[in-house]
Write a protein that binds this ligand. Structure first.
Ligand SMILES: Nc1ncnc2c1ncn2[C@@H]1O[C@H](COP(=O)(O)OP(=O)(O)O)[C@@H](O)[C@H]1O
Ligand SMILES: N[C@@H](CCC(=O)OP(=O)(O)O)C(=O)O
Length: 371
């Protein structure tokens, strides 16, 4: 199983507040520099990395001279806004030292449950990865209220793994991995090396957060692993203080805890598409488009002869053959009125017809499931 990890092309690395802020003592330049160095090493091996980093609130508290974490949501939001500046500035400088560009992305739960915003976030992230940029994600603390917060970045890491179909989610924390019990309370607890992400026994072993500055604890990491596994991503939980931890994990070394998924990312995503979509319209295809879809290609506007229904970008639509039979369904990249305008045209005409190009495909093959 560990050998399979070494084949990972796309991974999410999540780093917790304790590491990034040296247990709350302001931003840890050393940790951030080390993190950037290791991610640059993974990049040099041809892997794509999305970083989910906590630490804004803790860094902001320090900049504002607050010694204890405030309880009021607005104070927390203010601290996050102040701290996020320093956090991204520090990452940017460190990545630049390795010739890498970084991008800041702040997300909320709503962004990922709304289909249009989900698709937009996905397209932006995939474009950044293709450009060789390292996206740095945190929760958009400024605009969320208590109820809609992810609450912890472990969950956010798993949602991002789902979003970009990463093969692995690496959660770096202040412990070596998942122990049979919280090692702060039970020194005799032993490290779990490997198990299935959905094994319910792990939830019973995991406790809450180990410090005042962190939110999630081990339980949110186990739940994140379960969530990541649903889209086929394996989760690794390891210590961010272990030398060269990321390159060693990606080389397949037995380090930390591996919670593995049993489905492949694409198969899991297609299952989700098949099960969850409520159709908002349909597209009539010509014979060429039908053949293209059946051989696993994306749907281009040129092969669409008619568009039925009124829908927004990101809606689920049926694809019908010339007899009206549904042969596939998927998430469309254009609204119904845009789709009507570009139907029967080559992708090179999209810009002239609409004034912009979102995607050259009407439905990308990753968002398409054949019936
Ligand atoms: N079974 C367990 N194994 C390891 N750590 C555990 C376990 N149960 C609870 N914990 C606690 O979870 C903490 C890590 O989570 P957290 O404090 O939220 O860190 P982070 O900021 O990295 O997300 C550890 O320091 C530890 O005290
Ligand atoms: N958005 C918050 C994240 C808080 C959080 O989830 O912390 P952690 O449990 O350490 O990952 C921040 O940047 O401070």
């Amino acid at each position: 199983m560990r050998q399979r990890i070494s084949k990972t092309k796309r991974l999410i690395v999540k780093v917790g507040s304790a590491l990034v802020t040296n247990d709350g003592a302001g931003l840890s330049q050393d940790f951030i520099a080390e993190c950037a160095r290791q991610i640059a090493a993974l990049h040099a091996q041809g892997r794509q990395v999305v970083l989910v980093s906590s630490g804004a609130i803790a860094a902001g508290m320090q900049r504002l001279g607050w010694s204890t974490r405030p309880h009021g949501i607005h104070e927390l939001q203010a601290a996050a806004a102040v701290g996020q500046m320093g956090l991204c500035q520090t990452y940017e400088t460190c990545f630049a030292g390795h010739g890498l560009k970084a991008a800041q992305i702040l997300l909320t739960h709503e962004d990922l449950s709304d289909r249009t915003r989900y698709l937009n976030a996905r397209s932006t992230l995939l474009t950044l990865l293709e450009l060789g940029v390292v996206p740095i994600i945190n929760e958009n603390d400024t605009v969320v209220t208590d109820e809609i917060k992810f609450g912890d970045n472990d969950t956010l890491g798993a949602l991002v793994a789902n979003l970009v179909e990463a093969e692995a989610l690496v959660i770096l924390t202040d412990q070596q991995g998942l122990y049979s019990a919280d090692p702060r309370r039970e020194p005799a607890a032993t490290l779990i090396h490997e198990g299935e992400a959905d094994d319910r026994r792990f939830e019973a072993m995991a406790g809450g957060s180990g410090s005042a500055i962190s939110k999630g604890g081990m339980i949110t990491k186990i739940r994140a692993a379960q969530r990541a596994a649903r889209s086929g991503a394996h989760t690794l939980i390891a210590s961010g203080r272990e030398a060269d931890v990321l390159p060693r994990l990606m080389a397949g070394e037995t380090l930390g805890t591996l919670l593995y998924a049993t489905a492949t990312p694409l198969a899991a995503r297609k299952q989700w598409l098949a099960d969850h979509l409520q159709l908002a319209g349909s597209l009539a295809l010509d014979a060429g488009a039908e053949t293209a879809l059946r051989s696993g290609r994306s749907l281009l506007p040129i092969g669409v002869t008619a568009v039925e229904g009124e829908f927004e970008r990101g809606a689920a639509v049926a694809c019908r053959d010339s007899m009206g039979r549904e042969i596939a369904r998927g998430l469309i990249n254009y609204s119904s009125s845009e789709a009507r305008r570009i139907a029967r045209h080559g992708s090179q005409d999209i810009e002239a017809l609409l004034g912009y190009v979102d995607e050259e495909e009407l439905i990308h093959r990753d968002n398409l499931v054949l019936l």
